[in-house]
Ligand binder design. Sequence first.
Ligand SMILES: [Zn+2]
Ligand SMILES: [Zn+2]
Length: 454
Amino acid sequence: MIKFIPLGGASDIGASCFYLNINNTGILLDCGIDPRKKGKESLPYFSLIKNEPLDFVFISHAHQDHIGALPFLVQEFPHVIIYSTYQTKEIAEIVLHNAVNILAQENIDQNELRNYTHEEIDLLVKSIRDIDYKKEILLEGFAHNSNEKIKITFLDAGHILGSASIKIEFENEIIIYSGDINLSNQSLMVGAELNDYGKATTLILETTYGATDSSQLGNWLSESNRFAKLANKILHNDGSILVPVFALGKTQEILSTIFSLIEKKKITDTNIYTGGVSKEISNVYDRNRYIVNYDKKDLVLRNIPQTNFNEIEDLTYFNKNNGIILASSGMILKNTPSFRFTKYWLNQKKFAIFIVGYIDETAPGYVISKAQKNDSILFDDEPKKVQCTIERFYFSAHSKREELIEIVNKLNPEKIILVHGNDEAKNWIGEKILSINSKRKVYSAENFKEIVLM
Ligand SMILES: [Zn+2]
Ligand SMILES: [Zn+2]
């Protein structure tokens, strides 16, 4: 018997958490929070598996929407055994400690959600068992009722440092959970190699860019050139450029992109500002660059000259000391540096905001990503006239929709469960899969709705 229940992250990007029961061995694939929500609302719905066995958690990568709920899970299920790649474990230590500080600031009603301590995070991270890519392990849960064990393999998914797809083999079933996956090369990460994946009977597939026409997305090189051209225009006119980015992944990729453009003299020499936890994460990238499939092994992110923006209180500083500011969050969520900067930037005629990654429709950054100079918008509940330049770039850490179809064709599964995307995205992918082969069974996953696979 194999059944699948999404506890979160089935129809959007946030709180990814998928439960698998394989002959009474209980497995969670990821354990994320929804960064747009607060308190209990932001967590996967753990109560749904109260009466189910739970033995293992496999974390695909260290983005908050895949790992952020782990400290809450172990409060309720202290016995679970957690697996991730070594790099994900290293990054987890940074991002989970950082989340303790953020939660403490947010003053959430303690009755609703008990915050956890730095000591608890230390213990949690220590308990994570790390596993190398392509190394098989055999597992069985406490109540496993088969003589055959479950075989698990982590495969490099090319999304961020340490990211993995997870292959789960039991009897004749081969389930592959894509996690967040990218087939194309970024500046640092090399795209996933599907030849390593083999075949699948069931594919649990992310669909982030399923609703996005790929002709919009361009590629890393053409977007870099466009970025350089526009950046020069702003910088030569004494403007500063805000680039909202995730601290993990996008910061390192864009930092390396900007630095190589400056080295090649495609962007004029300028100040680069970074801050928050991104520096610590960059150090993990530096340390692992010879270990994982990584481009630019000679580039040490730590050695790129950067000024810490946390030390700058008065934002008029950027009118005199212009440069490029890489600040989280990527979706310009409230109470983040990029949110604070955006409020100032919108009033500056010479400045620009460059959007470089995915922004969800419900995030505050969405209105910015759609706006142009002189538009009237509502930002932070205040009417604003956009004075600065706004430009949209596509530096994607996710597969384009044709690449998602390529994954399906290559792994050739009988059943496909679509997750991590909105309905429009899942519909496009689902219809495309069926138009190629109508014999395939496609499920558009819904939170809390069980799918029986075997
Ligand atoms: Zn991710
Ligand atoms: Zn994700």
